[in-house]
Design a binder for this molecule. Structure first.
Ligand SMILES: Nc1nc2c(ncn2[C@@H]2O[C@H](COP(=O)(O)OP(=O)(O)OP(=O)(O)O)[C@@H](O)[C@H]2O)c(=O)[nH]1
Ligand SMILES: [Mg+2]
Length: 401
């Protein structure tokens, strides 16, 4: 009897165990296979778990490399080796710089209408009486030529018109052209100094108040240099905003120029120093340093700019310090210019936004104010809308053909 009971118990246990096994197996089999996971390159590899191999059959078709989405880019095709499919970011070939001002002359139309055409119309009047001369004076002052230069131009024109007697439109145009050119100055060296004879790289620093167009100008200038066959490193010494360095880097990437940047809020002088150091190591021709916009009225900020200059000059003297002035701000720009000139020795002026103003006469006023030539002018937001300043082309654009 005991033997029978024992046999029954054993049978029940064995059957139960078998049943459980079958149920267990079924249950396991009925589980859906885990979805294939996209590889997460930021997460550590997951720990293997017991039973995982049974759940994911080894013969599951493996995903090919094409199916793997890499962050930030389309899938890279690797199966067609004859055609190079991994594309480097396209590098733009900027326009040549020669004759840019002539190409962009129509952008000066506002100054042309207000200054050039206004003057020619007034001078063509049959009787040039005192009132007319006063109107001519007002026209020049409104275009921001400045009081002293205006006086000189009017005096000289008055004299020459008197000598001329009767006058044809061509003669008047010729007179005005000569007199305007005299004010703008034709015998100044306006080349942007980027290539010192005795060393490499040339060092250019770009300064100015907020929003005048420093970063844009630095980017455009990099393009000019690259178009002329130079190699360039950019220094993002505007460390106040990360976006500022991004903005500069974007300009650089378009023409293949490397950008040196530092931590947000870091020391601008140290970024400027490092950019020249890297430029030297890389053997490039020119290092362009973009600085943060600063209020010319804030002593601390201006002192900091002086420090940036001094620290960079531990490498070598700066070849060019370009002050960027927004032409639309008129006389206020002159006040800024004076303060900057005291802190860093300005060697050239970039007048931006001349496309948006009737005050082209500011070219004359600012040169007088600083005794420093306008070397470049900005005539638009486009990448190649920066032109070397050529007095003849400028005056011709003002008075029309
Ligand atoms: N129309 C016109 N716009 C310009 C010109 N130069 C620059 N700008 C515009 O002016 C704005 C400011 O330019 P940025 O280069 O960022 O000025 P910034 O001096 O670096 O400014 P901060 O770094 O904030 O001091 C941008 O919208 C430019 O596109 C120009 O010659 N003509
Ligand atoms: Mg900027």
């Amino acid at each position: 009897m005991e033997t029978i009971i024992l046999a029954v118990v054993i049978a029940v246990v064995v059957l139960g165990a078998l049943g459980g096994l079958i149920v267990g197996t079924r249950r396991r089999k009925s589980l859906p296979p885990p979805p294939p996971k996209a590889p997460d390159i930021t997460a550590p590899p997951a720990e293997p778990h017991v039973g995982e191999e049974a759940e994911t059959p080894r013969d599951e078709p493996r995903r090919t490399i094409e199916e793997v989405d890499l962050p930030g880019g389309p899938p890279v095709a690797v199966e067609e080796p004859p055609v190079p499919t991994v594309e480097a970011p396209e590098i733009e070939i900027p326009e040549p710089t020669a004759g840019r001002l002539v190409r962009l002359r129509t952008r000066l139309s506002r100054s042309q209408n207000a200054l050039g055409k206004g003057l020619l119309t007034l001078l063509s009047r049959e009787h040039l009486d005192d009132d007319t001369w006063e109107e001519i004076e007002d026209t020049l002052l409104t275009a921001d030529v400045g009081v002293q230069p205006t006086q000189e131009l009017v005096d000289s024109l008055r004299e020459r018109v008197k000598v001329l007697g009767t006058r044809t439109p061509e003669e008047l145009r010729g007179l005005l052209r000569e007199e305007l050119l005299k004010l703008v100055g034709t015998d100044v060296d306006r080349t942007v100094k980027t290539e010192p004879a005795d060393r490499k790289p040339g060092i250019v620093m770009v300064v100015g108040v907020n929003g005048t167009g420093k970063t844009t100008t630095t980017g455009k200038l990099a393009r000019v240099l690259v178009a002329d066959g130079r190699t360039v490193v950019l220094g993002a010494a505007d460390t106040f905003r990360a976006a500022a360095a991004d903005q500069l880097q974007t300009w650089g990437e378009r023409v293949g120029a490397y950008t040196v940047r530092g931590p947000e809020g870091g020391d601008p002088a140290s970024v400027a120093f490092d950019s020249v150091k890297e430029g030297k190591e890389m053997g490039v021709d020119v290092v362009l340093i973009d600085t943060a916009g600063r209020l010319h009225t804030k002593t601390g900020l201006m002192d900091e700019l002086g420090k940036v200059k001094r620290v960079v000059e531990k490498h070598a003297p700066l070849d060019e310090v370009l002050l960027v002035l927004d032409a639309t701000t008129g006389q206020n720009g002159l006040v800024q210019a004076r303060v900057f000139a005291e802190v860093v020795d300005i060697t050239g002026i970039v007048l931006t936004k001349l496309d948006g103003t009737a005050k082209g006469g500011i070219v004359v006023a600012v040169q007088r104010e600083l005794g420093v030539p306008v070397k470049l002018i900005g005539l638009g937001e486009g990448a190649d809308d920066l032109a070397p300043f050529e007095p003849e082309a400028f005056v011709d654009a003002l008075i029309g053909d």
